[in-house]
Design a protein around this ligand. Sequence first.
Ligand code: F6P
Length: 361
Amino acid sequence: MIKRIGVLTGGGDCPGLNAVIRAVVRTAMLKYGYEVFGYKNGYRGLVLNDFVKFTSDDVSGILDKGGTILGTSNRDNPFEFKVEKDGEIKYMDMSDRIIENMDIFGVDALIVIGGDGTLKGAERLYRKGVKVIGIPKTIDNDISSTDFAVGFMTAVDIATDAVDKLHSTAESYHRVMILEVMGKHAGWTALEAGIAGGADVILIPEIPYDINKVAQKILERRNVGKHFSIVVASEGAKCIDGKIAVETTNDEYSDRIRHDGIGNRLADYLESLTGIESRVTVLGHLQRGGRPNPFDRILSTRYGVAAVELVDYEKFGTVVSLQQNRITHVTFEEAVSQRKQVPPDGELVRIAKSVGVGFGD
Ligand code: F6P
């Protein structure tokens, strides 16, 4: 008999997280009469017993707010939790502590909202006996088993708006404008915003590019009287020698590699190869901030309601998902065993190529 559930947001924030929390809390309280504890800052809240007992009022007026009222973290893997002991930093498995904490406070089940890393942690907790349901979120949309993760469509909106704005200045000023967007391992944001904004070149991690072919595309445009070009590049796009633009590592993060710098690198090469002034805009965290669009608000609400329903049906160890516009659920393994990348010969790349977009391949 479920009486009390917990909810947390883990990993990078994105628009729509508050809408999910609202849907979880309202459905749990209004439809099932559960109490809901909101754990703060991802798994850290579960380890340290840092939570808020939600009232209905706590989730009023948050549907359209960016970020997450619970806070989040992508450094607090419960199985390798950083602790300071006798002046020394150690990484400890705190999963038993989590189970004890949940027992002490009578928290019967957990709803974990997160991307790849957070859902992998949830899967391990489930294997240890915790009753968990996952909800996928990531602006990268790289979680397999769902058509859309929370946050992605808003990020595409933001990136498309940037492409639109770059278009008018590029055209007036006769420049190559490069927009660097997020997407370390998957190019969905660059691809969709590039198509929606009418980019001339789209560079994504899944299709290694040859810089000479990118330059050639820009020169072909100039030769037919188009003195500007728009290039949308994922931060993780790779050139044919296999190298990523700039890569640094930070061991405290679950996904240790950080990429940035591809925009500047492309601008240098393209300016020297084409002779056309090339400028860069790095969209960065703007893609993750601000209000969720209506699609994400509705998706978040659908996912939040479905997750609580799965708790009621006791379908633990599952992740809600959207397939062909129907809400369903899959196992954690199906959700996290493989990253969803852009198929280089898939429909979206094909239609982009049909309308003249270059991929540098
Ligand atoms: O993994 C999602 C993501 O949005 C990546 O596209 C991006 O590289 C990363 O998060 C940025 O994360 P952080 O803000 O932790 O550097």
